[in-house]
Design a protein around this ligand. Structure first.
Ligand code: MN
Length: 231
């Protein structure tokens, strides 16, 4: 195949224990999936259907080893959101919740880094969230633990510290919409494809980081991540 310009390389993530890498297709992100976080964002938590936004594949940053991400332009309120990331290994549409976990390749620890000032300004004006959420290098993600090796993540502590101080600390059991329910719902609207990622939402405690801060993200049973905010 001859291209008119060089195609961008495939973004990929490390997989724990094997040399092969996981190619990133699309990144779907669930909004307000922990009640206490919905409240801190000024919204009532409820069982309304989940809603999704997206990040481009080039948002993903391999954080299987300690990494730095740039402090992005046009913000003065750059927030961490620690999240359980689901890697889809088998595509499908109209997937039943009872079958959903068969589509999961594995799980990882991720950060949905957010230009909160831009997101809230867009939200309040009824505009899309892209400038707040969907920028390059906004999703550091650790090594994927294969479900075949580590099972499924339906409970367990999730946390992020900044410079050693706890910022967010919760448990996967507090997800309003479970991993299975998110997959089932999303697959009614979009045919899921191998390589898709789902960032499942963040618990309460989102807050700002500045250049030089070091974020340590952990989820029980998964490889933790260490992400430094560069200047
Ligand atoms: Mn998020």
């Amino acid at each position: 195949m001859n291209y008119t310009i060089p195609p961008v390389p495939v973004t990929s993530l490390a997989v724990a224990g094997i040399a092969e890498r996981f190619p990133v297709n699309r990144i779907f992100c669930v909004g307000r999936n922990y009640a206490a976080h919905a409240r801190e964002m000024g919204k009532d938590p409820d069982r309304d259907p989940p809603f999704f936004f997206m990040k481009p594949a080039n948002a993903a940053v391999d954080a299987s080893v300690p990494v730095s991400i740039p402090y992005p332009p046009k913000t003065t309120n750059f927030h961490h959101e620690i999240e359980l990331v689901v890697a889809i290994g088998k595509g499908g549409k109209n997937i039943a919740a009872s079958d959903a976990l068969e589509h999961v390749y594995g799980y990882a620890v991720g950060l949905d880094m957010t230009r909160r000032d831009l997101q809230l300004d867009a939200r309040d004006k009824g505009r899309p969230w892209e400038f707040g959420k969907s920028f390059a290098l906004s999703a550091p993600i650790g090594a994927i633990t294969r479900a075949a090796d580590g099972g499924h993540r339906e409970e367990g502590a999730i946390s992020v510290t900044v410079n050693g101080g706890v910022r967010q600390s919760s448990d996967i059991t507090k997800l309003i919409w479970s991993v299975s329910e998110c997959i089932a719902y999303l697959s009614e609207y979009e045919t899921l494809e191998p390589g898709d990622l789902i960032m499942t939402g963040t618990p309460e405690g989102v807050n700002a980081v500045v250049a030089g801060d070091v974020m340590q993200g952990d989820i029980a049973g998964l490889s933790g991540i260490s992400v430094t905010v560069a200047a």
